[in-house]
Design a protein around this ligand. Structure first.
Ligand SMILES: *Cc1c(COP(=O)(O)O)cnc(C)c1O
Length: 392
């Protein structure tokens, strides 16, 4: 396809230039009061709440998120790797921390010395943890992890009895203490899915089997965000909640508050005639004479390229479409007849309260989950953290 004729575009230069120390590029704001508020709502539905701050607190900053959640009712922290747990200890967190996803040769000894509890999904992991305990001269606190039907992490139900037996032997040897039994639900975002009933039955049976083996786990935990919000049967002694803390409700049943806002300044503006192609491959051509604005955020910052052709931002109080392909570092916004000015600031996503798109909108435009958007935000975004007390 031939390229459209070179557009006689008008690039306006700024007059006067933006003040030094003025807008300093895109800014990601983290609202810890939102995390605190979501935590309170979730903690009210749980016997105890473990704040899941894996993946850098779902992209919000693990330490900030942990502090906000612990200040609002959570009593422990959950992460996947021992390394994530260790950095929370380094940050000074003294509450119980559980790490549940590790290779068999993970730094378990270091974890035990730092009082990090670990989940074990099978006999090999249990043996590795027991041996680390023996070397460290400590008793490892472990949670036995049952696969409750996802074929993902955790011990298969057929191997559970043997795992419990081995754990009991390690308890007798003083190497481990089984303080928890855990499972995870694969279909809880669809309340009423029979897959959850089967998981519940498996989990109850496994808890009984643990007791029969002589184990006395104090906490049984199965529910994450979706089940905590919608299925009281799954809450047991503890709920492990991640997404919900950050305002993500996969069940769409509850009003939670998003904690992230991404703003970006307009770095250039131009007027293009009808027929002008914009961006790579001219994925979009101007249907009429129109005003474009350029924002310095792109897929390197976590805006999914798959949202090209659908996404919008809030600019000048209006929803404006993002046109052409999302580039690595920039997106083009069609402002229509309302030209933007250099230095104007667009809201790429936020709470939605001011008419701006939300992370959920971006997830919808790109066919993914909010989780993937928030955990995929780029490291070069300037971050500003609003502490709970400032905004509460
Ligand atoms: C991530 C994770 C959670 C938290 O799930 P959310 O749906 O984000 O609340 C809980 N348990 C396990 C095993 C996880 O991997």
């Amino acid at each position: 396809m031939p390229c459209a004729p070179l557009a006689a575009s008008v690039v306006r230069t700024v007059d006067p230039p933006p003040p030094p120390g003025g807008t300093a590029g895109p800014e990601l704001t983290v609202d810890l009061a939102a995390i605190a508020g979501n935590t309170r709502l979730l903690a009210a539905r749980a016997a105890r709440l473990m704040a899941v701050v894996k993946a850098d607190g779902f992209g919000h900053g693990a330490a900030d998120a942990a502090r906000a959640a612990l200040g609002a009712g959570a009593t422990s922290l959950g992460v996947t790797s021992v390394e994530e747990a260790m950095s929370l200890r380094t940050e000074g967190f003294r509450v119980p921390i559980l790490s549940w996803l590790n290779p068999v040769d993970a730094a378990f000894e270091e974890a035990l010395r730092a009082d990090v509890s670990v989940a074990v999904p099978g006999q090999e992991h249990l043996a590795a943890v027991a041996s680390a305990a023996s070397r460290a001269g400590r008793t490892a606190r472990v949670h036995l992890h049952l696969d409750t039907g996802m074929a993902r992490d955790g011990a298969a139900p057929g191997q559970w009895a043997e795992l419990c037996q081995q754990a009991r032997e390690a308890e007798r040897a003083g190497l481990v203490r089984v303080i928890g039994v855990m499972g995870h639900l694969g279909c809880a975002d669809t309340p009423g899915d029979p897959c959850t009933d089967r998981a519940l039955a498996l989990f109850r049976e496994a808890s009984n089997a643990a007791a029969r083996a002589g184990l006395r786990p104090a906490v049984r935990h199965l529910a994450a965000t979706s089940a905590t919000l919608t299925d009281p049967r799954t809450r047991f002694d503890l709920c492990r909640v991640g997404a919900g803390l950050y305002g993500i409700d996969p069940t769409r049943t509850t009003r939670l508050r998003p904690a992230l806002t991404l703003r970006a300044p307009v770095v250039s503006v131009r007027t293009v005639p009808a027929g002008a192609g914009a961006g790579y491959g001219h994925a979009w051509t101007a249907p009429r004479r129109t005003n474009l604005a350029l924002l310095p955020v792109g897929y390197a910052d976590g805006l999914p390229r798959a949202a090209s052709g659908r996404a919008e931002v809030l600019l000048g109080g209006r929803r404006c479409p993002v046109v052409g392909q999302v580039s690595m570092d920039q997106v083009i916004v069609d402002c229509g007849e309302h030209a933007a000015a250099l230095g104007d600031v667009a809201t790429v996503f936020g709470t939605g309260d001011g008419g701006e798109p939300t992370v959920r909108d971006w997830a919808g435009w790109s066919g993914t989950l909010e989780h993937e958007i928030v955990t995929g935000l780029g490291t070069r975004l300037r971050r500003t953290v609003h502490h709970a007390e400032e905004t509460a």
